[in-house]
Design a binder for this molecule. Structure first.
Ligand SMILES: [Cu+2]
Length: 123
């Protein structure tokens, strides 16, 4: 289940890049957008399946307080703002198949340590 090294990633095309208009002539790779809701102490959906090689954009909103969204094995982390304060967008490329835990990285209450989900990268 656990992988020792960085296996997803790591083309995090950071937020700044996201906002920048692309000047490139070639067609950009399609981006698979995945919407997640965070709420003490779970994510919905808690299981995400994506295809290896795809570029994924996680778009997450909170129904209550601010939460984190971290994929430790991939070095990916973002903050989901509190309800009504906007959304988190994280973009990365899934370069290795496998099963990756994502978890809350921002103390949010009694169930914080159990707030997690799984990202499955399929061949
Ligand atoms: Cu938390």
């Amino acid at each position: 289940m656990q992988h020792a090294s960085l296996q997803i990633v790591l083309a995090i095309l950071a937020a700044a890049l996201l906002a920048a208009p692309s000047q490139e002539a070639q067609a950009p790779a399609p981006v698979q957008q995945i919407y997640i809701t965070a709420e003490r102490f779970s994510y919905t959906p808690a299981q995400i399946r994506i295809k290896k090689g795809s570029i994924v954009e996680i778009i997450a909103e909170s129904e209550d307080t601010s939460h984190g969204f971290r994929i430790p094995e991939a070095g990916i982390e973002g903050i989901i703002p509190a309800r009504g304060k906007g959304e988190m967008r994280l973009r990365f490329k899934a370069v290795e198949s496998g099963t990756y835990i994502f978890e809350c990285s921002r103390p949010c209450g009694a169930g914080h340590n159990t707030m997690r989900g799984v990202l499955i990268v399929e061949d």
